[in-house]
Design a protein around this ligand. Structure first.
Ligand SMILES: [Mg+2]
Length: 302
């Protein structure tokens, strides 16, 4: 075995000893983990989650719900869940909708509609209306949305494969876009607001969404569904990197900021914010291991 592989195995073995100890604790807290994907759980350039595997294994083993909260589409999330081996609820398109798998842990959900294997709680606007707005302003503001881009072009600007770009185009509630001249953005924001939409900033793109959605609102609803159905109080962890994650980080008990690929941090004002030391899946893994190893210590949440 090469030396570096031995180090990785030994490090993981050490994590396992620590977690087996906590697993035996009767006071283990009920956790919910909400995580952004792009540039948080997934690396910026490669979209790889490889470095987060030790933490993912522990989360899976401890059966802690891992809820993706992302600007990605349902199709993209389903593929990632399959690859990572998780089947928990998820939140798509910047808080536009919460998808609970049908019969998830026997939950009863009153305010959702049934759709293709899920109970869906929708907060976002219809994509057709979003596109109508894009069409009406795209020449004046020189913006270009995913609906205007061929998969080949999306794959180039987003660093996705062409298959992934096709899934990224399957939008239901929101439109990622680029703008040629950012000085026009404040005028565009005003115009979007006057039409019932809003604009948020993600890692690579701006996102046009309905104005009554955000990641924070979606996770509040999700946490309430868990609490009501399990008759438990949960401690929530939220992890993100960008301005579109602020509403989520403000709603959780343990907010975590992941640095950008260049090591800088987004300037977010969130109380009790913890900072991961490294970008992407490596930073995600490190901070998650650290938090999970301390979840038995009540003072963390006071
Ligand atoms: Mg992100």
């Amino acid at each position: 075995m090469p030396a570096f592989a031995a180090v990785r195995v030994n490090a993981f073995h050490a994590y396992r000893i620590v977690f087996n100890k906590y697993n035996k604790s009767k006071n283990l807290m009920k956790l919910l983990i909400y995580t952004d994907l792009d540039d948080s759980l997934l690396d910026h350039e490669t979209y790889s989650f490889r470095e987060s595997k030790p933490a993912l294994d522990i989360i899976r083993e401890r059966k802690i719900p891992l809820i993706f909260v992302t600007s990605k589409t349902r199709t993209e999330v389903e593929q990632l869940q399959n690859e990572m081996g998780f089947s928990d609820p998820f939140i798509v398109e910047n808080g536009a909708a919460v998808y609970f798998p049908l019969d998830y842990m026997g939950f009863s959900i009153n305010n959702g509609s049934r759709q293709q294997g899920y109970t869906v709680i929708r907060l976002g606007a219809e994509y057709a209306g979003i596109r109508r707005f894009v069409e009406s302003v795209k020449d004046r503001f020189k913006i270009c949305g995913f609906g205007d881009m061929e998969p080949g072009y999306i794959s180039k600007v987003a660093g996705l494969s062409e298959g992934q770009a096709i899934m990224a185009k399957q939008r239901e509630f929101s439109e990622p876009f680029v703008i040629k001249d950012e000085s026009l953005m404040s005028k565009l924001v005003d115009m979007a607001e006057s039409e019932g939409f809003k604009i948020t900033r993600g890692g690579r793109f701006f996102h046009l969404t309905g104005n009554s959605q955000d990641k924070g609102r979606a996770i509040k609803i999700t946490t309430e569904i868990y609490s009501e159905n399990m008759n438990e109080k949960f401690i929530s962890i939220g992890i993100g990197d960008s301005p579109n994650d602020i509403s989520m980080l403000k709603r959780v008990n343990i907010p975590v900021l992941i640095p950008h690929a260049d090591g800088s941090y987004e300037d977010l004002h969130v109380n009790h914010l913890r900072r991961a030391l490294l970008p992407g899946s490596k930073g995600w893994n490190q901070i998650m291991i650290e938090i999970l190893s301390h979840t038995f210590q009540e003072h963390l949440y006071e």
